[in-house]
Structures are given as structure tokens and as C-alpha cells.
Write a protein that binds this ligand. Structure first.
Ligand SMILES: *[C@@H]1O[C@H](CO)[C@@H](O)[C@H](O)[C@H]1NC(C)=O
Ligand SMILES: *[C@@H]1O[C@H](CO)[C@@H](O)[C@H](O)[C@H]1NC(C)=O
Length: 242
């Protein structure tokens, strides 16, 4: 008589333990892929591969750092002086955009912004790759960023148990509008941005939007990463995470 009862109890216990774990399994996984991306976006790499450094052919220099000067003389292929990429205005996605959207759109959820971040940065990397000559040393770097971002997206899109399936939200008008503009093949307005600035935007907004994945000594890391001041300070100190 006791047997079926104990089996039932076991089953119940298993269910109680397994369900919540399965439900939250995506966050650690998401953080893992985001941290891999973060490591690749390390400021040293960004500077080395994305810097608007030398005049093509090595005639002139506009390098801020001594190390870059050496790099520029050694590398035949480099970004031409003040090189810029043509992007849609919506592909310029900075910390300021996040705070602006949060204050403008009442029902905005962090997930909406995360989704936007994924789309925008995939477009941005595609554009940077398009302007790079075939044998450019930065090509490999940019395509590795693309792969890592795709991995983040895959994990991000995995359905989470419960939460998101239950109710379909009406799409938010302002966000829909940005998506449409990002997809508009006949966009008439373009912006010129340096590849480094675009990748810097990606790095900073990633910290702001996925702050749970980047614990910091600061108690309120969300506020911390979303503040422009944090990154200005970082720049001055030449920190690793600037
Ligand atoms: C590059 O940009 C800097 C600052 O924006 C400017 O002073 C400089 O003249 C530019 N160089 C060229 C070759 O366009
Ligand atoms: C970010 O702000 C800039 C300047 O205000 C704007 O041109 C751009 O479209 C905004 N980006 C997004 C994704 O809303």
C-alpha cells in the first residue's frame, strides 16, 4: 500500500524541483553567451581591429596610441583615416536612446529593448563587414563577433516556460516604428559613423540591457552601466572594461 504513495510523492518532488530549474535555465545560458561576446569585445581588441587608424597605404597617421602607430606601419590594410560606415539613424543605438525610450514609451519592457539591441547590432556588424576589403585583418574579428551575437540570439529566443507564452502583448507603436525603419530598403537618411564608435555602442548598451549578467562591485549595476558617466570615468582610467 505504501509503495504507490511513495512513488507519487517522489514524482511530486521531482516535478517541484525540475520545473523551476527548467524555467530559469535560460538566464545562466544567456549570460554565458553574453560573457563570451563581452570577452571578444574587450577594449584592446576593439581598439586594435576597429580603430580608424591610418591612411590606406600607410601615407599618414592619425593614431592616438603608440601601439597603433606600430600596427599601422606594419599592416598594409587598415581603415582609411577617419573612415566611416553608412548606417541608418536607428542603427545608432546608444545609452541615451535607452533612457529616452524608457521615458517615452510607458509599457516598454526590458525584453523589447534587448530584442532591439540584438537586431540593431546584427545589422551594424553586417554593414562593417561589407565595407572591409576581402583580406582586411579585421574581417575575421568582425565575423567572430557576428557568430557570438547569433549565439546570444539563439539562447535569447528559446521559449521560457510559462511567463511569455501566456499572453500576447500588442506590439508597441514606437518600437514597431523603429523595426520598420530598420527594415526599410528605401531609407533616405543615413548617418556616418566610425566602426569603433558603433562597436563601442554595442558594448555599453549590452551592459545596460543585460546588467544581470555582468555583476559589478557597484551595488546597483543597472544604474551604473546605463549611465554615460560610468563609461566616461572608465575612459579616463583606461580600464579594461571601458
Ligand atoms: C579626421 O578627423 C579629425 C577630427 O574629426 C579632423 O581634425 C581631421 O582633419 C580629419 N582628417 C582627415 C584626413 O579628414
Ligand atoms: C537614437 O538617437 C538618435 C539621436 O537622437 C536617433 O537618430 C536614433 O534613431 C535613435 N536610435 C534608435 C534605435 O531609436
Amino acid at each position: 500500500m505504501a509503495r504507490p504513495l511513495s512513488w507519487l510523492l517522489m514524482l511530486l518532488l521531482v516535478l517541484i524541483w525540475v520545473l523551476p530549474i527548467a524555467g530559469s535555465a535560460t538566464l545562466p545560458e544567456l549570460c554565458k553567451s553574453l560573457n563570451t561576446l563581452k570577452a571578444r569585445l574587450h577594449s584592446g581588441d576593439r581598439r586594435q581591429f576597429m580603430v580608424r587608424g591610418c591612411l590606406y597605404g600607410g601615407v599618414g597617421f592619425d593614431c592616438n596610441l603608440q601601439a597603433n602607430l606600430v600596427l599601422c606601419t606594419l599592416q598594409k590594410h587598415n581603415f582609411p583615416l577617419n573612415y566611416t560606415v553608412q548606417v541608418r539613424p536607428q542603427e545608432v543605438f546608444r545609452l541615451r536612446n535607452i533612457s529616452k525610450l524608457m521615458s517615452m514609451v510607458p509599457d516598454l519592457e526590458i525584453g523589447d529593448l534587448q530584442e532591439l539591441w540584438l537586431l540593431i547590432n546584427q545589422e551594424v556588424l553586417k554593414k562593417v563587414l561589407q565595407i572591409l576589403p576581402e583580406r582586411h585583418p579585421s574581417r575575421h574579428y568582425v565575423s567572430s563577433l557576428q557568430d557570438l551575437l547569433r549565439m546570444v540570439q539563439q539562447v535569447f529566443q528559446q521559449p521560457q516556460n510559462g511567463e511569455h507564452e501566456e499572453e500576447e502583448r500588442d506590439p508597441l507603436e514606437q518600437i514597431e516604428q523603429i523595426w520598420a525603419q530598420l527594415r526599410d530598403p528605401n531609407s533616405a537618411v543615413w548617418k556616418l559613423m566610425s566602426p569603433k564608435a558603433l562597436v563601442d555602442n554595442c558594448y555599453r548598451t549590452m551592459h545596460c540591457l543585460f546588467s544581470d549578467c555582468f555583476p559589478s562591485s557597484n551595488s546597483d549595476s543597472k544604474e551604473h552601466y546605463c549611465s554615460i558617466l560610468h563609461w566616461r570615468k572608465g575612459k579616463k582610467q583606461q580600464t579594461k572594461d571601458a
